[in-house]
Design a protein around this ligand. Structure first.
Ligand SMILES: *[C@@H]1O[C@H](CO)[C@@H](O)[C@H](O)[C@H]1NC(C)=O
Length: 303
């Protein structure tokens, strides 16, 4: 893949926004995402969008769950952020492309930083991936495999997540039945250990509407859209300028052609992925070339 020819350095715009992105295209995507998916109100399960006695329909298996008092009391009253549009957001994937990128300072300069799947940030990584985190997703398989579903000692988990400060931990609580139990346990663990992190649950309604929206735009996200792509969609709604880092679903660097590890922190490939990363990625390239977001591959210029 020769990216130099694919990624446009400065897309054509009718009205150019600061940072070089295109104002009209950004507005178009924000308003159509807002109308069709409404991430501001719907991305997180809240007491407002999921009142008592209503039914939650899971997004990965045929299952429903009534919102009981017990469940309801764990939902935040309202969406964790107001509907004020932020200026800059960084969405950080975990691709090996971030290795040696020196993108840490650029990432940390964003007002709102979204990360995926509880990635490590220490160990000399911060120069390349930054430290700031406002929202981080947590895949149930990590909680299960690495932290024994938090049924045993939980201190190591709480200590580990202190690297994210007071960020929101975003859990797919209503994907499969086991995710609900696991997400509740995670929420209780964070509370019981007085972690500064707050657990929030992904709303399966939002995931369904995103899937429908992007399929209508011609994206074929495989069985299930990746969390990274969902986070890019959310950022497009809540932010004027979206910078995307760490997304590069290929084994070689686009400029230096050196081989890359699967993640910036390990080379563990998924056993069987339900996602279609290259299809999602080619859409990110399209959005980049339309001036809707900025995709960063390769090194970041010194700040
Ligand atoms: C990153 O830099 C180190 C040290 O210079 C080098 O050994 C390594 O091969 C580089 N990795 C990549 C993927 O560029």
């Amino acid at each position: 893949v020769s990216l130099g020819k694919t990624l446009h350095p400065m897309p054509m715009c009718f009205i150019r926004w600061h940072y070089g992105l295109c104002f009209m295209e950004i507005l178009f995507h924000r308003s159509s995402l807002g109308t069709n998916c409404n991430g501001f109100q719907k991305a997180f399960v809240t007491q407002t969008n999921s009142p008592l006695e209503t039914t939650i329909v899971y997004d990965c298996e045929k299952r429903t769950r009534t919102v009981t008092e017990d469940l309801f009391s764990n939902f935040p009253k309202d969406a964790p952020f107001s509907d004020k549009i932020l200026d800059t957001c960084a969405v950080v994937g975990n691709g090996g492309i971030l290795t040696n990128s020196s993108c840490g300072a650029a990432i940390d300069s964003a007002q709102f930083v979204i990360r995926c799947n509880l990635p490590p940030l220490g160990n000399g990584y911060s120069k390349h991936v930054g430290k700031k985190t406002d929202l981080v997703t947590a895949n149930p398989s990590i909680l299960k495999n690495k932290y024994g579903s938090l049924t045993g000692r939980r201190r190591a988990f709480v200590d580990y997540v202190s690297i994210y400060g007071d960020a929101y931990m975003f859990l797919p609580a209503f994907a499969y039945a086991f995710c609900t139990t696991l997400s509740m346990t995670t929420l209780y663990t964070l509370e019981d250990f007085r972690s500064s992190m707050k657990a929030v649950f992904m709303n399966p309604d939002y995931i369904r509407s995103l899937d429908k929206y992007w399929r209508a735009q011609g994206v074929k996200p495989g069985l299930r859209m990746s969390t990274g792509f969902m986070m890019v969609s959310l950022a497009l709604e809540i932010c004027n300028n979206v910078d995307v880092y760490g997304f590069w679903p290929f084994n070689n660097h686009p400029y230096g052609f050196q081989s890359l590890t699967h993640h910036y922190y390990d080379d563990v490939k998924p056993y069987e992925s339900p996602h279609a990363m290259p299809a999602e990625f080619s859409h990110l390239i399209k959005l980049h070339n339309q001036g809707v977001l900025k995709l960063h591959v390769g090194e970041c210029p010194p700040q």
